[in-house]
Write a protein that binds this ligand. Structure first.
Ligand SMILES: NC(=O)C1=CN([C@@H]2O[C@H](COP(=O)(O)OP(=O)(O)OC[C@H]3O[C@@H](n4cnc5c(N)ncnc54)[C@H](O)[C@@H]3O)[C@@H](O)[C@H]2O)C=CC1
Ligand SMILES: O=C([O-])CC(=O)C(=O)O
Length: 349
């Protein structure tokens, strides 16, 4: 996946360097790729800035809209000088939000406060729930058919908030709303490759459940390439490290925020998958926290096939080891409570 993004970025740069272009086409346009507008809300933040860079490098993006409450003109001016296809616009302040969103195919939301050491993701609820609610109200108004990629934490609650806001506005389409859990997959792949001593670029590990602590359930029994040399204790340690990956970064940053660079990478991978799905590329499968009937919970992360309308198919969990089955049962009460908290907030405020 990583190499695919780098390859496509490289291809974009090579295309832009081509000496002769038909004069009737935009300098950066390509015959085969449709126009796609991507908006990033929270674009001046720790995740927003490197994510803006990565989306500017993505040749599938024709228009990149960078929105934040402040500081977006600088980020937009900076990123816009990169010689790739996307035309960049920066928008700052609520009065420009409508313009930032209009016509968007994909909206990525990394707006909101990050954790400090000692905090859980749920401790962010009081501030981020309101931010997400107001941004989703605007999405319902200005680009109701966009695919929404929710990064703001706690994702286990912010995604249900978004769903409720869209339901109230009459624009909810469960195929178009995604909680971004790609960073859990990115971490599981990295940690597994290190322990199993297999080439990291070939590794696949589904991660299901939600996006906080024990609700993050990596399915190492389904990891490929298979490794026969991992003991049960090592699988447990890998599971715990994946579940605590966010906290590992929060503690290492010692008060200066949470994962931003790895999250921007993960967010770019997921947005790229959404764009490929929209463009009709077949067999695009990523894990995501979506409306689901895979378990009795209304939202659940699992593998999802992406297509021209967003979610084409929510895939099942596949065979679980006893350890994973136990993990699945233990995560349900916490995930259920976080989902209900989000729904309640959206309907009371
Ligand atoms: N889903 C995931 O895997 C991950 C989620 N996160 C979450 O992403 C969020 C952002 O993290 P960082 O970028 O590190 O934080 P940050 O504080 O560096 O950036 C957040 C940005 O959001 C902006 N913002 C605040 N209110 C806004 C509003 N109403 N409209 C638009 N923008 C607004 C701020 O001005 C700031 O630029 C946090 O909630 C964090 O917990 C972080 C890492 C991984
Ligand atoms: O841990 C946090 O607060 C940020 C996050 O969601 C992650 O890095 O997975």
């Amino acid at each position: 996946m990583k190499t695919a993004i780098l390859r496509s970025a490289g291809a974009a740069l090579r295309r832009n360097a081509a000496p002769s272009r038909p004069s009737h086409r935009s300098h950066y346009s390509t015959a085969s790729e449709p126009e796609r507008k991507v908006a990033i809300l929270g674009a001046a933040g720790g995740i927003g800035q490197p994510l803006a860079l990565l989306m500017k490098l993505n040749p599938l993006v024709s228009s990149l809209s960078l929105y934040d409450i402040a500081n977006t003109p600088g980020v937009a001016a900076d990123v816009s000088h990169i010689n790739s296809r996307a035309q960049v616009e920066g928008y700052a302040g609520e009065e420009q939000l409508g313009k930032a969103l209009e016509g968007s195919d994909v909206v990525i939301i990394p707006a909101g406060v990050p954790r400090k050491p000692g905090m859980t993701r749920d401790d962010l609820f009081n501030i981020n729930a309101g931010i997400v609610k107001s941004l989703c109200t605007a999405i319902a108004k200005y680009c109701p058919s966009a695919l929404v990629n929710m990064i703001s934490n706690p994702v286990n609650s912010t995604l249900p908030i978004a769903a409720e806001v869209f339901k109230k506005a009459g624009t909810y389409d469960e195929k178009k709303l995604f909680g971004v859990t790609t960073l859990d997959v990115v971490r599981a792949k990295t940690f597994y490759a290190g322990k199993a001593e297999v080439p990291v670029a070939e590794v696949n590990v589904p991660v299901v459940g939600g996006h906080a602590g024990i609700t993050i359930l990596p399915l190492f029994s389904q990891a490929t390439p298979k490794s026969n040399n991992l003991a049960d204790e090592e699988i447990k340690a890998l599971t715990k490290r994946t579940q605590d990956g966010g906290t590992e970064v929060v503690e290492a940053k010692a008060g200066k925020g949470s994962a931003t660079l790895s999250m921007a990478y993960a967010g770019a991978i997921f947005a790229d998958a959404c764009l490929k799905g929209l463009n009709g590329v077949p067999d695009i499968v990523e894990c995501s926290f979506v409306q689901s009937s895979v378990t009795e919970l209304p939202f659940f992360a699992s593998k999802v096939r992406l297509g021209k309308n967003g979610v084409e198919e929510v895939l099942g969990l596949g065979p679980l080891s006893d350890y994973e089955q136990q993990g699945l049962e233990s995560l349900k009460p916490e995930l259920k409570a976080s989902i209900e908290k989000g729904i309640k907030f959206a309907n009371q405020n």
